[in-house]
Every structure is written in structure tokens, then in C-alpha cells.
Design a protein around this ligand. Sequence first.
Ligand SMILES: C[S@@+](CC[C@H](N)C(=O)[O-])C[C@H]1O[C@@H](n2cnc3c(N)ncnc32)[C@H](O)[C@@H]1O
Length: 205
Amino acid sequence: MTRPPGFDQWEERFAGAEYRFGREPNPFLARCRLLLPAAGGALAVADGEGRNGVWLARQGLDVVSADFSPTAQAKARALAAEQGVAITLVEADVHGWDYPEAQFDVVAEIFTQFSPPAGRALKWAGMKRALKPGGLLIVVGYTPKQLAYGTGGPKDVAHLYTRAMLEEAFGDFADLAITEEETELQEGAGHSGMSAVIGLTGRKR
Ligand SMILES: C[S@@+](CC[C@H](N)C(=O)[O-])C[C@H]1O[C@@H](n2cnc3c(N)ncnc32)[C@H](O)[C@@H]1O
């Protein structure tokens, strides 16, 4: 089978015992706690070692954690067991996955900027399809300012998110809120230091 681009590099990054992006949820995601339903299904897109999917499961949600790295998913399984929750791990390429129609109450996409523009369009269309009407979308990424900080994320500006890009893709959502901030991130060795990030919440109509 042909591996998707980046597969070997991600496997190598996740090979050590440490959690490359830490074990705590992303701070923007954690700040979304009061927007979450008390129960329901959540999809964590490219969830890696599971810090965000496990946190969503701890909030009472039935979580599908999708990623293409079996090494990261083994660590996600261990983190879930350690924290006493169950998550469903799906090994998938998020550019080509058959996203189920209207299945999830929450879809969270946290730092998945490996996608080139064409892959991003496929991924975002799939994420929209997978949300139920009224379902909550949470997106977190770096903005182009992050290239100056150099504290994590891709080096290709075409992969970074801007307010205009998010508004174009998700402008049809209700309660759309987009926040840009420059903030200190401490998310393992992968994201460490002052960072330029953008976060989105919105509900599918
Ligand atoms: C920067 S990490 C973020 C992981 C997680 N979302 C977090 O915030 O901790 C990016 C993740 O994307 C995964 N990934 C990269 N390309 C992928 C693809 N085409 N399909 C699925 N997962 C992919 C990697 O395995 C890695 O877990």
C-alpha cells in the first residue's frame, strides 16, 4: 500500500516514549468546555497521541479519534486507559477518509496543518459533512505570523490559517467566532514558546 505523504516522518516523530504535543488538551479547546453538549459523539481529526480526544471523552462524549499514525494511536490508547475513558481509534488518512454523514455533535480539528490547500478542502468538506445540524465545530491552527516565531507548525505559508480563509470556508455556520492571539504555548516539544494561533467555533446550520 502506498503511504500518504509524511507518514514515515510522523511515525518517527512519535517513536519516543514522550508525548510530543503533551498530554493536556490544547488551551483553546479546553476553553470551549461550556459549549460542549453533556453527551453525544465527537470526532477528533488527526488526533495523534490523543490529548484532545481523551479530554473530550472525559467531558462525557463518545470520541472517534482519527489519525494515520499507528504509533501515535498506541499512545492515545494508553492515555485513554490511564485516564479511565474509552475512545474509538480509527486509522485513516484524513484527506481520503469516508467521513460519515451527520454523525457527530462535535468535530475538533486541532493543529492539522500538514494539509496542502487541496487536501485541506477535502478535509474541511468531510468535517462539515460529518457534523450534525447544530453540531459544534472547533478549529485551532497557526496563522502566518507563526513563521516569525518558529515555535512549531509547518513552514509553508500555504498551510497556515487566516481569518479570511476560515470565514470563506465556514461563513455559512451559525454563531461563528474566530479569535486570533499571540500566546505562550507549552504543548510538549512539538509546540513550545510564543505562538500566533487562530481558533474558531461555530455551529453547522
Ligand atoms: C501536529 S500533530 C497534532 C496532533 C493532535 N491534533 C494534537 O493537537 O495533539 C498532526 C497530526 O496529524 C497526523 N497526520 C498527518 N497527516 C495525516 C493524514 N494525511 N491523515 C491523518 N493524520 C495525519 C499526524 O500523525 C499527527 O498526529
